[in-house]
Structure formats: structure tokens, C-alpha cells
Design a protein around this ligand. Structure first.
Ligand code: GLA
Length: 700
């Protein structure tokens, strides 16, 4: 693959949004071009994780030919290959990887290099045992798995920098290498004494004095008062909520620093056109560390989108894409996804025929710029022999290969229309890691699942065909008429000022249950909920209740029930409207306000104190979108159909997905071009089960 823009690419790509680097580097020249052997791959690459080191070199060409035949245009290589790249300390062998990249070029396949730092070789950890992590019970990790390293170890980071340097020197100017992935799914922290000392230093930098720390954490409680910094331990099994929150922040900072070592080395040797990312796992929603912090220094966000057991959970997966897009507020890559099935779920069921295709297109609809399957072919031995793959142990295609080939062909067809477009949110859902951690440390109701509560708002918004952004609570909200904050537990003075500024300028803010209980030290806000926003709201939470059953709720918005959580609200200002009240229940909640709203500045603040049933929540969302005068661009569609919208300045691209089991008919709001069918003009479309239609408007 010799992309024609390559030499001019340096300056050009710098000026572009990072997620468009591939597009800029290798502009789409149309499907015919890819078919006729033109050397520029399309800008919407489908790909796979390929581990050439696991196979005889004589096999590589056949694999790459099969990839090319399936319209794959990108491979990720190198990840986990440390023992092959550096078989002995300081002795590197990268010639094989250079040959693999050249062969990929022959097949018009671009390359992302993964640094192998998730899997240190045996010689390294044997000679330097301090590079192994220690778990919460004090046991050092052993060789034979991956992720056995200590993310905080300066010694380990030196080895990482050295191998990243070798890779960057070899491939930093390689025309076929388009980007870098650092490590793999940052996961395990360490509880060794040296890391504890780093935490101590981190706390010293943050608080300056022990007095300040003792005050913030209110350590007079249970005589937790610290007299010396060394007395503060890494919280392996619970602890003071202030300590727990700071520890999560320390873990985030430590992973960020671990990553930065490799970013610095790669940036020193690599062309600016090559992006740097990492692949984020944990099904997107993991909260080991703050995803905003980790993605900040990266050029693009990438995540690993797996279903695991069962079938695509449409709303959850859609929400995860929207959440990932919010990390950098840019389009993103799906660096890994399952070719049918995985090996790590309790029951490793396979997606139905057609479902893998719908899943790939859902990713694109929500802002993905690339989709890569994990993996091309299972290693003959190793822990993941049962995982889904595209070709079998014999090297011949598995049944899923044909479906993936179809997706690849369709991506080529759609690339020109999608180029430069992205989902543009009409409404935002706010999240913060501080809030997520604070609630998870003390859930109070073990069934309170923050993601489910978030989806309770997300689903009805999507059913109204609105594009939803899920963004950090402290990010700029200017572009939204309406913002929901479902469980914004931690609201500091600064965050309150930010949200109030949004409201005063005309924004509509709907706070959900558990909002504003805590400050930035995870201490209780003295104003009660929603903390510093209680005064502008003109009301507050008098008491909260964990529920073990349903409580009736009714008011001007309709009637239904609350479960899991209910807050007894009060309205203290004359201009506060009570929209919902509890019915007869535990005596405390009876007839008390459950949802209140008040005009503030040019906008409004609303507080909903309960987790409502889906129907009543739908009415609440309909009221809020009406109040904020939000309108979808697409009319009502059958319930099984998902509508995704990507925009550029001139036109809209709609990706329609039928997740149901029956055919669905959709009347379009205007005549559009059917991108996957020669651009034919259509006013309505019929979607088969798992069907996908890509439409583009003439202009907006
Ligand atoms: C993760 C890892 C991959 C592989 C897959 C299997 O996403 O990044 O290396 O183990 O899981 O699903």
C-alpha cells in the first residue's frame, strides 16, 4: 500500500481532527479503486488483529491474501510479541516484522503497531522481579499469563521505553504504518511497597500537609487521623471514602504516566501523521481508572466492543459508542470486536447470522472510523483457543468470514459518503468518574446499577431518534439545549458553577437521583442534595430511601412507579413546580415531591429524585425534550429500527439498522440516496431482520 498523499501527509494530517488522519492519509477513491488494485485503501477500514509471530512466515502471504479478499484494509500487529522482538535483553529482532509490514503493503493493508508491553518476556521478570505487580492480597504475579507487570515500576517503564524506541525507529517513518497502540487494555494495578510510596508522594503533592489531608478526609472519624505520611496504606479492601476516591485518581494518574513514557518515545521518532492510541477494554464502562484522563494525551480514542454472552444489547452498545465518542469528543476506532463469539463469557454463545454485520454498522452509525476483528486466526495453543476468529486452524475461512467480507465491501462503498461526517449530539448525558466511584464505594442499594440508570434516560431519547452525546460533566455544554445528569453524586463548587452557568445561559439541566450528595473529597455536601445547586433549584432532598419494592408516583407528567431509589424532595421557593409526587408508601414519602423544576436565568433546573419505571421515564424525557424544543430529523420508525445520524457541513448520512426479527418498513422524511445500492433514490426502505441501510441526504 503506497498511499499517494503520503509524502505531503505530514503537514496536512496535523491540521486535521485526529480521527480523520487515516482518511486524510489515504483518501477514499471509491470502491472501484479498491477492487482494481489501486494502492489507496478506503478511509473506513475494516481489519483484524494479526499475530504473524505465531505462524510460519511461509503462511503469511496466504493469510494476507484472504484478508484482502475479505476487503480488510488494516491489521494490528506486534502486540504481545515481546519475546519474539527482544528474545534476550537488549537484542532486538525486528526484521520479521518489517517483512510482515511489507507483505501487508503488497495486499493493500495498512498497519497499526501495538507495543508489546502488556506481556513482558520471562527473562525480563525473572531478572527484574520488581517489575511484577503485587495483588491486593500481597501476592506477586507470575510469568505465564499477560498483564503481570507493575505499571508503577520505573524499571519496567525503562524496558517499555526501550522496546517502544526500537519499534518507533523502525516503523516511525514507514509509509504503511498508520498508527500505534500502546500496550493493551490497561487493567491491573499494584499494591507493592514501592507503589505505596508513590501514592504517598502523590498525596503530599496534592495536600501539602497532613493537616489538610486529615481535614479533607475527616479522619477524626474512627481515629483515622494520620500523624505520618507512611501510615497511609493503599486501600486494598475498602477504607475512608476520601482515601478511596484519591486512590482511584492516583491509579488513573499512574496509568497516564505509564502511557506517557511510550507516547514520548514514539513521538520522538514517528511521523506526526501516525496516530497514537490505546485499546480500552472492560466493555467500555469499566471504571478502574478515568478514561478521560487516559485518552487526553492520545490522538484518538479506541475501544474493544464485545457482546460476550447472548446477543447485541442494542441500547447498551449504542450508549457505549456514544460514551467512547465523548472521551475526546471525536470519532473513534473499534480496535477489537468479536467475530461471532468470545471465549471468556459464562456461556460463549455466537451472534446470529447477520448480527455481526449489524453490530459493525451500529459502530459506524455512532462514530467509529474503523472496526477490527479480534482475531484473524486463533493461535494453535495458548489461553484463547476457543475464541471466535475469521479463519480456522487449517487456515481456511470459518463461516463468519463471508459475512465479514460483506461488511468490508460495504465499508468500501460507504466510505466516500461517510468521510468527514460525525454524530452531532442534540442532547447530552453527563457522567463523571468521581461520581461513579463514589456511588460504587457505597451503593446503599446493591441493585443500583449506574449504567442501567443512565440507560433509563438514554433509551427514550434514542427512541425519539435523537443523537445523544455522553460526556464528562465538566466539559463544555454550550451546544446542548438539554442535558441530563442521571447520578451525578459528586458536585463540587466548581462543577456547580459550571452547570449553573450553562443553565443561566439558557440550558435545561435535569439532575437525576443521588445528585450533589458529595464534594470533591467524597465528603457530604452540607447543603444536602444537590449540594451547591440546592439554592438555585429552590428545593432539596430531605431524605433518600433505598427501596426493595415499587412506590407509586404520579403527577402532571403521568403515573407509574419508582424502584431502587427514592428521594423525598422539598420545594422551598414559590416558583418551583412539582411535576411528580410519590403515592402512599413508607409514610415518609407519601405525597411528597419526587420531581421538581424551576426556571433559572434563561434556562431551567429540574431534579428527579427517583428511578422510574420505563414508561413514566419515557414521559419525563418527552416533557424535557418538548420543554427544550428538541426535534428529531427523522419521523417515527418501527420499534426494532435504530436510526443513527452522522453530519458534515452539507449533508446527513443515516445508518438504519433493523435489530428485530421481522421485516421493517421505514418511510423517509425526504428523498435520499441508498449508498449501498448504487446511490439509487428512495423515499422509503424495507429492512430485513438484522438489515442495514445507509442513506445520504442531498443537502441539509
Ligand atoms: C481483549 C484483549 C484481546 C483478547 C480479547 C478476547 O479485548 O485485548 O487481546 O484477549 O480480549 O476477547
Amino acid at each position: 500500500m503506497a498511499c499517494r498523499l503520503r509524502s505531503a501527509g505530514l503537514a496536512l494530517t496535523l491540521a486535521l481532527a485526529p480521527t480523520l488522519i487515516v482518511a486524510a492519509l489515504c483518501p477514499a477513491t471509491g470502491p472501484a479503486a479498491a477492487q482494481s488494485g489501486n494502492d489507496a485503501p478506503p478511509s473506513l477500514p475494516l481489519g483484524a488483529a494479526w499475530y504473524p509471530e505465531q505462524w510460519p512466515e511461509s503462511r503469511w502471504d496466504a493469510d494476507l491474501q484472504l484478508m484482502e479478499d475479505a476487503h480488510l484494509h488494516v491489521v494490528r500487529v506486534g502486540e504481545f510479541a515481546w519475546s519474539t522482538i527482544e528474545p534476550e535483553e537488549g537484542h532486538y529482532d525486528l526484521d520479521w516484522l518489517v517483512r510482515a509490514v511489507r507483505l501487508a503493503e503488497k495486499h493493500h493493508i495498512a498497519v497499526v503497531i501495538g507495543t508489546p508491553t502488556d506481556a513482558p518476556p520471562a527473562w525480563l521478570t525473572a531478572a527484574h522481579p520488581e517489575t511484577l505487580h503485587v495483588d491486593a492480597e500481597g501476592r506477586p504475579a507470575e510469568h505465564g499469563n499477560r498483564r503481570q507487570f507493575n505499571y508503577a515500576s520505573p524499571e519496567y517503564r525503562k524496558f517499555c521505553a526501550a522496546i517502544a524506541e526500537q519499534l518507533a525507529r523502525h516503523f516511525g517513518h514507514d509509509p504503511d504504518v498508520i498508527g500505534w497502540q500502546i500496550g493493551n487494555e490497561y487493567t491491573d494495578e499494584s499494591f507493592d511497597p514501592a507503589t505505596r510510596r508513590q501514592f504517598e508522594e502523590w498525596l503530599k503533592r496534592k495536600y501539602g500537609t497532613l493537616d489538610a489531608l486529615n481535614r479533607a478526609w475527616v479522619t477524626a472519624y474512627w481515629s483515622q487521623t494520620y500523624d505520618r505520611w507512611e501510615e497511609i496504606s493503599l486501600p486494598a479492601a475498602g477504607g475512608n471514602p476520601g482515601l478511596l476516591l484519591d486512590h482511584r485518581r492516583f491509579v488513573s494518574d499512574t496509568w497516564r504516566d505509564f502511557q506517557q513514557v511510550q507516547i514520548d518515545v514514539i513521538r520522538k521518532y514517528a511521523d506526526p501523521r501516525q496516530f497514537i492510541t490505546t485499546n480500552i477494554g472492560g466493555l467500555g464502562w469499566s471504571d478502574n481508572w478515568d478514561h478521560y484522563e487516559i485518552t487526553k494525551p492520545l490522538d484518538l480514542a479506541a475501544w474493544d466492543d464485545y457482546v460476550g454472552e447472548g446477543h447485541l444489547n442494542v441500547a447498551r452498545n449504542a450508549a457505549m459508542h456514544d460514551f467512547v465518542r465523548g472521551w475526546k469528543r471525536e470519532n473513534f476506532w473499534v480496535m477489537e470486536t468479536q467475530p461471532g463469539s468470545v471465549n471468556w463469557a459464562p456461556v460463549n454463545t455466537t451472534l446470529d447470522a447477520g448480527e455481526t454485520r449489524a453490530m459493525a454498522w451500529q459502530a459506524i452509525g455512532h462514530g467509529a472510523e474503523a472496526v477490527l476483528y479480534w482475531q484473524w486466526r486463533d493461535a494453535l495453543n495458548g489461553q484463547e483457543q476457543y475464541h471466535g476468529a475469521l479463519v480456522g486452524p487449517d487456515g481456511a475461512p470459518l463461516p463468519i468470514y463471508a459475512e465479514v467480507g460483506r461488511i468490508g465491501r460495504e465499508f468500501e462503498l460507504a466510505a466516500p459518503a461517510l468521510k468527514g461526517t460525525k454524530p452531532v449530539g442534540q442532547v447530552a448525558l453527563l457522567v463523571s468518574y468521581d461520581s461513579r466511584w463514589a456511588i460504587d464505594f457505597q451503593p446503599h442499594n446493591r441493585n443500583y446499577d449506574q449504567l442501567e440508570v443512565l440507560l433509563g434516560t438514554y433509551r427514550p431519547l434514542r427512541d425519539e431518534q435523537l443523537t445523544v452525546d455522553i460526556v464528562s460533566a465538566d466539559s463544555s455544554l454550550d451546544s446542548y439545549k438539554l442535558v441530563f445528569a442521571p447520578s451525578l453524586n459528586v458536585i463540587s463548587q466548581d462543577l456547580a458553577a459550571h452547570l449553573l452557568g450553562y443553565v443561566q445561559a439558557g440550558g435545561h439541566l435535569v439532575l437525576g437521583p443521588r445528585s450533589g450528595m458529595k464534594d470533591e473529597h467524597n465528603a457530604l455536601n452540607i447543603q444536602r442534595q444537590p449540594g451547591p445547586l440546592a439554592a438555585p433549584l429552590g428545593g432539596r432532598v430531605e431524605q433518600y430511601y433505598a427501596l426493595d419494592g415499587a412506590v407509586p408516583v404520579a403527577g402532571t407528567l403521568g403515573s407509574g412507579s419508582a424502584s431502587l431509589w427514592a428521594e423525598q424532595l422539598s420545594a422551598n421557593a414559590p416558583d418551583v413546580d412539582v411535576l411528580l409526587r410519590y403515592g402512599k408508601s413508607n409514610g415518609w414519602l407519601d405525597h411528597q415531591p419526587a420531581m421538581i423544576t424551576r426556571r433559572v436565568g434563561k434556562g431551567s433546573i429540574t431534579y428527579l429524585g427517583a428511578v422510574l419505571d420505563p414508561e413514566l421515564m419515557r414521559k419525563v424525557v418527552a416533557w424535557a425534550t418538548d420543554d427544550a424544543q428538541l426535534k428529531a430529523e427523522f419521523p417515527a420508525v418501527p420499534a426494532s429500527v435504530e436510526v443513527c445520524r452522522r453530519l458534515d457541513a452539507d449533508h446527513a448520512v443515516f445508518v438504519l439498522l433493523n435489530h428485530g426479527t421481522a421485516q421493517a418498513h421505514v418511510a423517509l422524511p425526504s428523498t435520499m440516496s441508498d449508498v449501498l445500492h448504487d446511490g439509487r433514490r428512495v423515499t422509503s426502505v424495507d429492512l430485513e431482520p438484522q438489515g442495514v441501510v445507509v442513506l445520504t441526504t442531498d443537502e441539509r
